[in-house]
Write a protein that binds this ligand. Structure first.
Ligand code: NAD
Length: 353
């Protein structure tokens, strides 16, 4: 197959592209606008492969998308391009509405028009995989059942509301036009190449720099955690074996409170990075509680039994093994960290590490 991946220079998209080139025979065209969150350095390992191509295109730019489809003639789309950071969506929702909703609508329309012009045999095989989040299901009570694929949508933030809107559009395109979609809703990812505005890389890099480790409120928010390479494997399973029109929840069966995650990182840093900044006792001493995020969901939990039962996917990493790989990656990839130290991205406190 030739797979058109949107957002392939982002955190999860780059893991998907590396995996597609690394372990399959598929060709890939990466369509990415390169916002502050897009980084081609995450693709250095595969960028010279003959099966990989890159198009710097905004999914909101319909004319350019039409040309990309005409030029590359893809057999499938994996749609990951999005504005993805909840805090940014609270400060300003416009880019989230534009990319996540209008951009998804544009992509659906361009892909549908292209699909309708394909010869029957190719059209039968064509797939559009939309990648979404467990945040669309909203806050779950402490003892409430994890969200399954039939749970009601109840998004709380501008980010999750924009993703929920996109999910509804994708389902409508299946029901109304018979467009062959697949949907996934995944829990929190962590791993190499994640921008340090998100919890795990922020704690690792701030810890190494001897800066404070900000914790929202009491730090008792519960999230399910999945190593990014496991997510990429799940997406490939859904693309190759998923039933058209179906949704698959993806998760790590690994619920943890934020404070627990931060403690685990600090303890790993004690072993992996014992040479601390001057005057610092333990990494845990850097933990600083800050006022909670407005509308902050206390718990997300995901029931991912369907994808295991139907497609045989299970995560390969435990939280311990995945976190160790993540901390080791940030310790040994200072060039990647430097590559995002300029441009539009700003580190907390306005400084690069
Ligand atoms: P990211 O912010 O790291 O990367 C997003 C990528 O999309 C970047 O490369 C960016 O340049 C690109 N992009 C943004 N706007 C674009 C536009 N208008 N046109 C083209 N490209 C554009 O995000 P991520 O964490 O890799 O998430 C990828 C997808 O997975 C998103 O749809 C997100 O909602 C979903 N998701 C993320 C998580 C998570 O824990 N990070 C969990 C579940 C689902």
């Amino acid at each position: 197959m030739k797979i058109l991946v949107t957002g392939g220079a982002g955190f999860i998209g780059s893991a998907v592209v590396r995996q597609l080139i690394g372990v399959t025979d598929h060709d890939v065209v990466n369509v990415d606008k390169l916002t502050y969150a897009g980084n081609l350095a995450s693709l250095e390992a595969i960028q010279d492969d003959a099966r990989y191509g890159f198009e710097q295109v905004d999914i909101c730019d319909r004319n350019s998308l039409v040309q990309v489809f005409a030029r590359h003639q893809p057999d499938a789309v994996m749609h990951l391009a999005a504005e993805s950071h909840v805090d940014r969506s609270i400060k300003g929702a416009a880019a989230f509405i534009e990319t996540n909703i209008v951009g998804t609508y544009n992509l659906l329309e361009v892909a549908r028009s292209y699909y309708e012009g394909l010869p029957k045999a190719r059209a039968n095989r064509f797939r559009f995989l939309h990648v979404s989040t467990d945040e669309v299901y909203g806050d779950i009570e402490e003892n409430g059942a994890p969200s399954d694929e039939h749970s009601v949508y109840a998004p709380s933030s501008p980010y999750s509301a924009s993703k929920a809107s996109a999910d509804h559009l994708v389902r409508a395109w299946y029901r109304t036009y018979g467009f062959p979609v697949l949907l996934t809703n995944c829990s929190n990812n962590y791993g190499p190449c994640q921008f340090p505005e998100k919890l795990i890389p922020l704690v690792i890099l701030n810890g190494l720099a001897g800066k404070s480790l900000p914790v929202y409120g009491a730090g008792n928010q519960v999230r399910d955690w999945l190593f990014v390479e496991d997510h990429a494997r799940a997406l490939l399973s859904v693309l190759e074996m998923g039933q058209v029109g179906e949704t698959y929840n993806i998760g790590g069966n690994c619920e943890k409170q934020n404070l627990e995650v931060i403690h685990a990182i600090c303890d790993l840093l004690e072993v992996q990075a014992p040479g601390k900044p001057a005057g610092l006792g333990r990494y845990r001493d850097l933990i600083t509680h800050v006022p909670d995020r407005p509308g902050h969901d206390v718990r997300y939990a995901i029931d991912c039994s369907k994808i295991s039962r139907e497609l045989g996917w299970v995560p390969q990493e435990t939280f311990r093994s995945g976190l160790l790989k993540t901390v080791s990656w940030y310790l040994s990839n200072r060039d990647w960290i430097r590559s995002i130290g300029h441009g539009l991205y700003r580190f907390p406190e306005g400084k690069s590490p």
